[in-house]
Design a protein around this ligand. Sequence first.
Ligand code: 5GP
Length: 215
Amino acid sequence: MSALEALKQDTRGLMVVLSSPSGAGKTTLTRRLLADNPNMEMSVSATTRTPRPGEKEGVDYFFVTKGKFAEWEEQGEFLENARVFDNYYGTPRGPVEKALTRGHDVIFDIDWQGAQQLNQVAANDLVKIFILPPNMRELEQRLKTRAQDSPEVIAKRMSKSENEISHWPEYDYVIVNENIDTASRELQTIVDAERLRRRRQMWLGGFVKSLVNGG
Ligand code: 5GP
């Protein structure tokens, strides 16, 4: 590692929030981002909803009872939490703080309520990105192809989509996911640019001082 690369380790991790209506392709985009960025970690939420087929405890969510969720909330274990559809969702505080301390970035798949709450506690670290589908037909199609939810749940999610979409102006960036490769590239571009923000490159002050001192 060069001396400059060593200095650059002193960079503050990003908190990347990704919100979208269900079925806009957020999960695929998140997986790609994680695969391409070794210093990025996914925040695993707790939820009171039942697991879908294939979902793994501790990987997709921590699946907990309403009682356990309320206990964690009372103990201040959540960085943010909200009711979405008929279930409760929350971001456990500990893993996020550990990751950021290690200089890692953390990615959050949370709704607009969660994004607003994180904005109140960590505005400087936050990058808020909203993913839109190219049209509503596509959204419904993606929800159906996922085939993990009952028709009633799909109908409910479609009706909630409009509400979720109405929050797009609260985000820093918006990606319209018509083509997954393009959307994925756009997401990476946002992350790369945000890493270059002056306030996140904590090593710059010392570096510039040594530069002007003839270093
Ligand atoms: P799903 O049940 O389809 O996995 O998620 C439903 C919605 O809840 C999605 O919009 C997702 O982003 C949101 N969500 C998942 N985890 C959290 C969380 O910890 N906090 C908040 N506020 N929303 C969450």
